[in-house]
Design a protein around this ligand. Structure first.
Ligand SMILES: [Fe+2]
Length: 184
């Protein structure tokens, strides 16, 4: 189970690193620096818990160049991280600080996404299109995170729970239409 989190956190860290290389608003850049430190700390905590390191990547994941699309992508991954952190807390109450950090991360990107949606119609449309594309890929992403055999008995309910939580969040923020998600 912890290994799943390690993988998710490593992914979050690489995305954040990669995002810093893109053209992002200055306040976002400052936040990403702090964000990277947090994720690095979480990763170190997991590493000491399970006694090994995640596989290193020689290339950073590619991220969208356009800020509205990038913001949505980070917002999505952070929302997913937050749900995993909530779950983790039920197993390891001592790791509560991770959940607190994730709440801050999600809150920051949620404000940025709302700002984009209130801004130019071009940026807002880009963000919505990116959200729909990310949403369509989400079931496969979640599958990868919960593929460990130890999760067999919970996989179905876990996946449903994750997808519903993200859908609620995206619909509330205004990124997705309720109708669009029903089509799958
Ligand atoms: Fe995070």
């Amino acid at each position: 189970m912890l290994e799943r989190f390690l993988k998710a956190e490593a992914m979050a860290l690489w995305t954040v690193r990669s995002a810093q290389l893109q053209n992002v608003p200055p306040n976002v850049y400052t936040f990403l620096r702090k964000h990277e430190e947090d994720e690095q700390k979480h990763l170190a905590q997991f590493e000491s818990l399970i006694g090994r390191q995640p596989r290193e990547r020689d290339r950073l994941p590619s991220v969208p160049r356009q800020w509205p699309a990038l913001a949505v992508q980070i917002y999505g991954y952070e929302s997913l991280g937050l749900e995993f952190a909530r779950l983790l807390l039920t197993l390891r109450p001592d790791l509560a600080s991770i959940l607190e950090d994730e709440v801050v991360h999600v809150g920051f990107f949620e404000r940025e996404v709302r700002r984009i949606l209130c801004g130019s119609s071009e940026g807002a449309e880009q963000a919505r299109a990116s959200a729909r594309a990310w949403w369509r890929r989400l079931p496969r992403t979640v599958d990868r995170y919960v593929e460990a055999p130890v999760l067999d008995p919970f996989r179905q309910s876990l996946t449903t729970h994750m997808l519903e939580a993200i859908e609620r969040r995206f619909v509330t923020t205004g990124l997705l239409d309720k109708k669009a998600t029903l089509k799958g």
